[in-house]
Design a protein around this ligand. Structure first.
Ligand SMILES: [Zn+2]
Length: 311
């Protein structure tokens, strides 16, 4: 089972061992500055509802992975920092979300989980790429040699907080001029002159209408986001020597309008490094993190099948 907490929704899904989605349910919920207890209670209800769906089809759920948009300590089940949720050092009672699961519930960073969902199975060749997750914040998942590279503290790949404009706006992380302050969802909406509405989905729909209609401010905001995304990716690619990118979240949704300025920026800031085919758009939409989180259970089963029989 894959579970996800994001800024404006919670979601639960179940896959089979091959990664095919059997059931997927999303519930809109404003999780900005939210308390973790009621949020987890709602998530537990959602998880129970998808679980009862698949149990009716004789499917046994082995374990669950929970993806959250923030820095985590997976070992302790602590969300160390999720500025857009307003969480700092929040200990989650993971067992309460999926009581009685043989492999329990594990915690994952949303971008890292999404990155793993994009590993192609059965190709044999080592895969190296950077997954960019565009939500309210911007996350990154670095895959090197088909393995997630998370660094010593487990937090490598935070492309959203690469500095692209040293004198720029204040970021949720405390720094100034991070990529997120220009290419995060809120930053793009603000630059396009779109006022806050009831949900991000509504504002995104309005932005897409304006882009289709060629409204100047909207087109400019998205081009600018693409250009600065290119700046951050060029710098990152040079440091980690990964020359392939998968765009997820709003970067995937906005790709038709963002791709040209992104490619121009990459050609300018990292000449000869990225061919256009190496800048891919995620095919998983909003299900990437869920698929990756559920996939973590499948990997756990493959790596240590005895854990199931040991109970
Ligand atoms: Zn930042």
């Amino acid at each position: 089972m894959g579970l996800e907490i994001n800024i404006d929704y919670i979601a639960a899904a179940v896959t089979d061992l091959s990664g095919t989605l059997l059931v997927h349910r999303t519930q809109e919920r404003n999780n900005r500055s939210s308390l973790s207890d009621p949020l987890l209670q709602d998530l537990a209800v959602l998880a129970a509802s998808v679980a009862s769906d698949v149990r009716a089809r004789q499917v046994r759920i082995l374990g669950a992975g929970l993806a959250v948009p923030g820095l985590i300590d997976a070992q302790r089940g602590v969300v160390m920092s999720a500025p857009n949720l307003g969480w700092k050092d929040v200990l989650l009672d993971l067992d309460a979300i999926g009581p009685g699961l043989p492999l329990g519930v594990t915690l994952h960073n949303e971008a890292n989980a999404s990155a793993l969902a994009h590993l192609r199975q059965g190709t044999g060749a080592a895969q190296d790429f950077l997954f960019i997750s565009g939500e309210v914040g911007i996350g990154g998942g670095l895959v090197v040699g088909s393995q997630l590279f998370t660094g010593p503290g487990g937090h490598a790949g935070e492309v959203g907080h690469v500095i692209v404009d040293p004198g720029g706006a204040d970021c949720s992380c405390g720094a100034t001029g991070c990529l997120e302050t220009i290419a995060g969802q809120d930053a793009i909406f603000a630059a396009a002159g779109l006022l806050p509405q009831t949900s991000h989905a509504d504002i995104m729909a309005e932005l897409l209408r304006e882009l289709a209609g060629g409204v100047k401010d909207a087109v400019y905001a998205v081009h600018r986001a693409g250009w600065y995304l290119g700046v951050a990716l060029a710098s990152t690619a040079k440091i980690v020597s990964v020359n392939s990118v998968v765009l997820g979240g709003h970067f995937a949704i906005l790709a038709p309008w963002l791709r040209s300025s992104l490619l121009t920026s990459l050609a300018r800031h990292a000449p000869g490094r990225f061919s256009p085919e190496q800048v891919e758009v995620s095919i998983f939409g909003k299900t990437a993190a869920l698929r990756g989180a559920a996939g973590s259970v499948v990997r756990a089963v493959v790596e240590a099948p005895h854990r199931l029989s040991d109970g």
